[in-house]
Ligand binder design. Structure first.
Ligand SMILES: [Mg+2]
Length: 396
């Protein structure tokens, strides 16, 4: 089998990758909805993979893997890798999890990082109310993640929150020491959320990046009695092109609260320090950023050898990304906690794809499906109506 074309269409906000072969089958991969601008980067790899056998996934990846980087610049490589696995599975007539070594669980736990209800401000009570509504959500999530501090509007909306200079805009890269009032506000919100959830539903907190080491230690120690699932991306993380494992290690060594990072990190080599130095307790690579699903599996196995847990990121990965997460998570070792459930937007995404269970999430889990490849396919008739003019030929 040979690759004859690599196509990319922006559907909704997601760049979607299609690898076309000479045998009449195609593989699909998907980039986060926050990155519609990556279509030209996907096409950059086309000439490098044409003529390759897509079922030799690793051999194809060796041609393009070094031409990627930390989020967002590993996304195109990652989506191509997903599409290769989809193709390899379809060619073999097997679900991708079989090609990755077989499943070790029949259903995968997911956590809520994207099913949200409007929030009235940023008070502790508003946070508690949000948790009550999320706890009652039909998906029955057993873990809920909430953004706080620098991973929320708190720095701008809570008076005297930080000593740092605050930026505004779509992705304000705020960072700086917290005031005592700011720190106390975060802690009060965490206490209120735990009060609403009780001990039946786990609470994880996405915190930054942007914290100073000393403030991070204060927060982690203050919430120790609350048994939160993890504190995510305190120091580095989302769109930060470095890891700072030594700084994370200081925080981790100072507290029993699990520290988590990794969604922006590209490739196994860049997880090496975090893992070997035991710098965090949990890592959260995203298959759509780390370099693909086999890359994520490799990192998960290495983390397990070092006593580090897995909670993969995924909230914006869309439906093909969800399928990739289900397939790989079925195969992860026993350090697996849950992956972040992607919520597809716009809503019509659910009408242009076939293969999802209904409902998708039951009592906080997704049943692993057995169809070939990633196991979700486009309803081409419906999907064609969503193509932009320049992408009209995407399915041809
Ligand atoms: Mg995060």
């Amino acid at each position: 089998m040979k690759i004859t074309d690599l196509k990319c269409a922006v559907i909704g906000q997601h760049p979607v990758v299609r690898i076309v072969t000479d045998q009449g089958i195609s593989g699909y991969g998907q980039i986060e909805s926050s990155k519609p601008y990556l279509k030209p980067q996907v096409l950059f790899y086309k000439d490098r993979i044409l003529g390759s056998d897509p079922t030799d996934v690793e051999r194809v990846m060796l041609k393009i893997r070094r031409l990627g980087s930390f989020k967002p610049w590993g996304s195109a490589v990652s989506a191509i890798e997903m599409a290769l696995w989809d193709l390899a599975g379809k060619a073999a007539g097997l679900p991708v999890y079989k090609l990755l070594g077989g499943k070790v669980r029949d259903r995968v736990r997911v956590y809520n990082g994207g099913v949200r209800f409007p929030m009235e401000g940023h008070s502790p009570e508003a946070h508690a109310e949000a948790m009550r509504r999320m706890k009652a959500a039909k998906e029955g999530f057993t873990i809920i993640k909430q953004g706080v501090a620098y991973h929320s509007a708190m720095p701008r909306q809570v008076p005297n929150f930080s000593y740092g200079e605050l930026h505004t805009g779509q992705r304000p890269a705020n960072r700086g020491p917290l005031t005592e009032q700011g720190l106390k506000h975060v802690i009060a919100c965490v206490e209120a959320m735990k009060g609403a959830l009780g001990d039946e539903v786990g609470l994880a907190l996405d915190c930054g990046p942007g914290w100073m080491v000393s403030d991070a230690i204060r927060l982690a120690k203050a919430v120790e009695p609350l048994n939160v699932m993890w504190l995510e991306d305190l120091l580095t993380g989302d769109y930060v092109p470095y890891v700072s494992a030594d700084l994370y290690r200081e925080v981790t060594r100072a507290t029993s609260t699990p520290i988590h990072t990794g969604e922006q990190i590209y490739l196994r080599q860049n997880f090496q320090d975090l893992i070997e130095k035991h710098a965090v307790r949990i890592i959260g690579p995203d298959p759509a950023d780390i370099g693909g699903i086999a890359e994520l599996k490799w990192v998960a196995e290495y983390a397990d050898l070092h006593g580090i847990l897995m909670a993969p990121h995924g909230v914006l990965d869309g439906i093909i990304g969800l399928a990739a997460l289900v397939q790989v998570s079925a195969t992860l070792p026993q350090n697996y906690i849950a992956f972040e459930y992607p919520v597809a937007r716009p809503e019509w995404w659910y009408d242009i794809m076939d293969g999802l269970p209904d409902p998708i999430v039951k009592a906080g889990f997704i049943e692993v499906w057995d169809r070939p490849g990633l196991g979700v396919t486009f309803n081409e008739q419906a999907a064609k109506k969503r193509l932009a003019d320049e992408d009209r030929g995407f399915f041809d």
